[in-house]
Write a protein that binds this ligand. Structure first.
Ligand code: ATP
Ligand code: MG
Length: 729
């Protein structure tokens, strides 16, 4: 029997319904291909647990892989159970959940509640400082080791739960087993171990955690401190195939009090994060750890047309011999076959993309909009030519997850000051802020200050304040003068913050104090767009304030050490983790993003350029099957039209190189030798879009659409007539 609030169950097919209704007390795995409604089922199950089983929303934990996915799930869930209840569900990425509870219970795991989350760029800076000490050793061995590489070694160790000590011990153990003494890997491991140790220490000293630490300390907290998880009655995880060892441990720890009330959804064919230590094996592990796990398969695809599925399913993943066999049916008509295009250069390719998007929008004006297009790239550097071609055609576009907002220089400048107010030990913030605007304080004098601070056991910021206050008589007046404006700014902000000023007000005041707009004008050629970004940061700060007021489940919790400033900083660090693009931003613009960042999303038209050997599969991969799955993920983002393209010559790092078509595509075309990928003529998939959308249009709008349709060339007019007959009666 369904209550009136449960009408959403009617929009599910039989297998989906079975998954939603499945006994909440028994662990469940939902495995299915792209577009089969996994995320929809997960969201519906959350709603059903609340509406039917009457679980309090705040006792449900729903984990998504990116912030963007969390936002989408919040929207879908709002529609089912209302905004108020949705806001109480503990929803977010593993990182966000860990950050939330570490803030509350930081002392339990031996960190300060004002810890700062350190992003990758800051991590690299710290690491490069330590790597310098090994420069001579490395060059004597002819080894080129960069800070980024060291960070990924460390990150991979952390994903396996290894501390610096564990890492070094493991290295020792393997070295003892090795026969040859001349393995460069040995030297690398040795240096990495050493740097890891110092890096770990530096983070603790500046009271900060990097992204991997959030998870590691999270595991520690959730396993060792029952009050941190006692609220939990059910845990749900989306995109489970991409969890790594540490994330799986987190799931187990958070789910401990639920006694097996766990639901996960995943698609082994879409596992694309092996390079970040994801373990598809977690699916099997879960079945062992959670006794009596039921598996449900969903087989109907609601996103893409038959041809897209057929192309991808038969040619791409079936080549992967290790895969779990799985079928996908679609209820959409077969639609246009995917289009494959070849070009002589990346400019020609980019121009085609721009012109084709324009053509389709003109053809289907009012039905297809800019926001219906996505260009998915193997890596973001491929976007340059395309961005400028779109610009030339005056097509609005937005890069999703590309130049990350929170990694921009001007944003980091502002955040550095605020981080410093919150956590005076956070060194990366100090070294950045002290020269914004430039105060002529060199690296050397800064280092001297820091080591002096370390000796007297005060924070470096305090040391600087003492110089200013002339507590230390041996400082030259020139230095004193230099730090003057900095100390005054920090103090003014600190006073404001303790008086409870809101983050937007703090930022406004900071901008005045350091005359930031002038600073940008003086130093940056494109200062206007940077100033825009700063304004956007203020908007973001107000949004965070608003969201917190809406959803603060722990407002009454006096032990909470969250100040408005801290909540804002946390929100900004966590949105820098994956993606950040407001919904408003993306609606009327063509999306340009990487295949990785596109996971779980969908668009009517998807264009995948540069499907070439060396690019796709990427020449530096050690796992070709993962590359194949990545292309599969990209292709299955398309609802109606899919374009793939490649060029015969491409500029790589200033050099023009000949390019072959990707081996993945050759395999596909061999099987369907007779023009499997045909150019697009009239398109029945456009009718699909029109069918899906037509009910949204008023009669006058439909009249306009049919007129637009009438303006296109002969074969398309044919389509237009059919569409008009069917829908514009
Ligand atoms: P991915 O693997 O790419 O994450 P998914 O399995 O999570 O895909 P969803 O995003 O949940 O799939 O669903 C894909 C699309 O199909 C969505 O637009 C969704 O609303 C629609 N859909 C899913 N199930 C149904 C259904 N039973 N009836 C109609 N539409 C559906
Ligand atoms: Mg999904």
């Amino acid at each position: 029997p369904q209550t009136p609030g449960e009408t959403f169950l009617r929009s599910l097919n039989a297998a989906q319904l079975q998954a939603v209704l499945h006994d909440p007390a028994s662990p469940l795995q939902i495995l299915a291909g792209p577009g089969s409604g996994k995320t929809k089922v997960l969201t519906s199950r959350v709603a059903y647990l609340i509406l039917h089983h009457l679980l309090p929303p705040s006792s449900i934990c729903a984990v998504t892989f990116t912030n963007k996915a969390a936002t989408e799930m919040r929207e879908r869930l709002s529609k089912l159970i209302g905004k108020q209840r949705m806001a109480e569900v503990r929803m977010g990425t593993f990182h966000a959940l860990c950050a939330l509870y570490l803030r509350k219970f930081s002392r339990v795991v031996g960190i300060e509640p004002n810890f700062t989350v350190c992003d990758a760029e800051e991590s690299k800076k710290i690491i490069s400082g330590f790597l310098k000490h090994h420069k001579d050793f490395l060059s004597s061995k002819d080894i080129n080791l960069k800070d980024g590489a060291v960070l990924s070694y460390i990150s991979r160790a952390k994903a396996k739960g290894l501390s610096a000590k564990d890492f070094i011990a493991e290295h020792k153990a393997t070295k003892d087993h090795r026969s040859s003494d001349f393995d460069p890997q040995d030297d690398i491991q040795h240096v990495v171990g050493n740097v890891y140790q110092q890096y770990e220490k530096a983070l603790r000293q500046s009271s900060s955690l990097d992204f991997d630490d959030l998870l590691l300390f999270g595991v520690k907290l959730f396993t060792e401190h029952p009050p941190a998880t006692s609220w939990c009655r059910h845990v749900l995880v989306d995109e489970f195939q991409d969890t790594n060892v540490t994330q799986y441990e987190l799931l187990r720890a958070i789910a401990a009090p639920t006694k097996g009330c766990v639901t996960i959804v995943g698609d082994p064919d879409q596992s694309i994060y092996g390079w970040r230590s994801a373990e598809v094996g977690n699916l099997a592990k879960m079945r062992k750890d959670f006794v009596g796990t039921t598996q449900i398969f969903l087989e109907e695809n609601y996103r893409s047309t038959g041809s897209i599925l057929k192309a991808r399913d038969s040619d791409l993943v079936s080549e992967d011999k290790s895969r779990i066999p799985k079928t996908l049916l679609t209820s959409h008509p077969s639609g246009t076959t995917p289009v494959l295009r070849s070009f002589s250069s990346e400019q020609a390719e980019a121009n085609f993309i721009a012109v084709e998007i324009k053509r389709l929008v003109a053809f289907m004006g009012g039905v297809l909009r800019w926001g219906d297009f996505a260009i998915l790239l193997r890596f973001s550097a491929l976007s340059r030519a395309i961005e400028s071609a779109l610009q030339k055609e005056a097509i609005p576009s937005a890069v999703l997850g590309g130049h990350k907002f929170f990694e921009r220089q001007e944003i980091k400048d502002i955040l550095a000051y605020l981080q410093l107010i919150d956590n005076p030990s956070f060194m990366p913030a100090l070294t950045r802020a002290i020269n914004v605007p430039s105060r002529g304080i060199g690296e050397k004098s800064l280092e001297a200050l820091i080591s002096r601070a370390a000796k007297t056991k005060i924070s470096p910021l305090e040391a600087i304040e003492r110089i200013h206050d002339a507590v230390q008589p041996d400082i030259k007046p020139a230095v004193k003068h230099k730090v003057g404006s900095f100390v005054r700014t920090v103090r003014a902000l600190r006073t404001l913050a303790t008086e409870g000023a809101s983050p937007p007000d703090l930022i406004q005041r900071l901008l005045q104090l350091i005359e930031y707009e002038n600073h940008l004008k003086r130093t940056q050629p494109e200062w206007e767009s940077r100033w825009e970004n700063v304004q956007e940061l203020i908007t973001f700060a107000s949004d965070v304030e608003h969201d917190v007021n809406l959803s603060n489940p722990d407002a009454a919790d006096a032990s909470s050490s969250d100040t408005p400033l801290r909540l804002f900083l946390q929100a900004s660090m966590l949105s820098s983790e994956g993606d950040n693009q407001s919904e408003e931003d993306s609606k009327e613009k063509v999306t340009i993003t990487t295949c990785h960042a596109a996971k779980g999303l969908e668009w009517p038209v998807v264009i995948i350029p540069a499907v070439e050997q060396g690019t796709f599969p990427f020449y530096r991969t050690d796992d070709v099957q993962e590359e194949r799955r990545l292309l599969y993920v990209a292709c299955t983002r398309a609802q109606s039209l899919l374009y793939l393209s490649h060029v015969s010559k491409r500029q790589v790092g200033g050099e023009t190189k000949p390019k072959d078509i990707s081996e993945f595509i050759s395999a596909a075309t061999k099987e369907h030798s007779v023009g499997f990928f045909r150019a697009l003529h009239s398109s029945s998939s456009l009718i699909n879009i029109f069918t899906a959308r037509t009910s949204q249009f008023s009669t006058p709008e439909r009249a306009v659409i049919s007129r637009v349709l009438g303006r296109v060339d002969a074969s398309e007019v044919e389509v237009a007539r059919r569409v008009a007959e069917l829908y514009v009666a």
